[in-house]
Design a protein around this ligand. Structure first.
Ligand SMILES: C[S@@+](CC[C@H](N)C(=O)[O-])C[C@H]1O[C@@H](n2cnc3c(N)ncnc32)[C@H](O)[C@@H]1O
Length: 251
């Protein structure tokens, strides 16, 4: 039954399904129709064969994202970092269920993974809901490009890209002003544990966020920000990589 079989799979990406308290199909997969679930299963199999590290954000973060989008009728969403397509497919499926055209503008610097993601977006019939770009997410002009594609300023921005300290600061400076008043910015990998994902040798997303939030005095919540390597399941929010939610002031 849907993802229940993932409990028996050994790959690290199925860590959520192997936990003692998650022997059910998450809401995230329940809303998909049969064809969508079948396509997602094929995507899991193919990515597992082709990519040793599959790199997706996972069920806790995607449940937050899709809950916010579906629960609030959002229609303009930006993603920085699509990699091989998990969050893109999930956001695209939600856009189709909500009957939103061009709901997602997503950018990634890697042409090869972008081509792979594009092929799955097409195969899923999500082209009219998802717009993919190849290039640096912190390039000047990117927010204007996104607003043009989406038909207005983004209501929600999901950042899951370089994980590098300096680049994250540039993304925050560029994208926060582009949000609508009251808009939401979600940053994956904002825990102490995730500092190690900074391949430039810096202190990663968490350090950048702490400095940027203090300097700009914005409202934020870093879920599991304190986790330095605790096992998944030790805390109510299950993802040890953390997720920060920032809301732009409404004034
Ligand atoms: C963790 S993966 C994204 C996973 C995806 N959000 C998901 O949940 O399926 C990070 C992606 O960010 C991309 N990336 C790294 N540096 C970037 C940059 N400067 N601009 C845009 N994308 C970048 C990488 O190419 C990689 O595909």
């Amino acid at each position: 039954m849907r993802s229940l079989g993932f409990r028996q799979r050994a790959h690290n990406r199925y860590w959520w399904h192997r936990l003692a308290m998650t022997d059910y199909v998450p809401m995230l997969y329940e809303f998909l129709d049969e064809d969508e679930w079948s396509l997602l299963e094929q995507w899991f199999d193919d990515t597992e064969r082709q990519y040793p590290c599959t790199g997706e954000a996972g069920i806790p973060a995607l449940s937050m994202l899709l809950g916010l989008i579906s629960g609030n009728g959002l229609s303009r969403v930006v993603q920085l970092g699509h990699y091989v397509g998990y969050s893109t497919l999930m956001l695209g499926f939600m856009a189709r269920h909500m009957r939103r055209r061009r709901m997602l503008f997503s950018v990634d610097i890697d042409p090869a993974v972008s081509a792979y993601t594009r092929s799955w977006v097409e195969r899923a019939g999500l082209d009219e809901h998802v717009h993919l770009e190849v290039g640096d997410s912190a390039a000047p002009g990117r927010p204007e490009q996104a607003a043009e594609v989406l038909g207005g300023a983004p209501q929600l921005i999901f950042i899951d890209s370089s994980h590098q300290y300096a680049h994250t600061l540039r993304e925050l400076d560029l994208w926060y002003p582009a949000l609508v008043p009251g808009g939401l910015l979600l940053m994956h990998d904002s825990s102490d544990f995730a500092r190690r994902f900074d391949r430039a040798g810096g202190q990663g997303v968490k350090q950048a966020l702490e400095e940027w939030i203090a300097a700009n005095r914005v409202t934020s919540l870093n879920l599991n920000g304190f986790v330095g390597g605790g096992r998944p399941g030790d805390f109510p929010y299950l993802d040890g990589c953390g997720l920060t939610i920032i809301q732009k002031s409404g004034g």
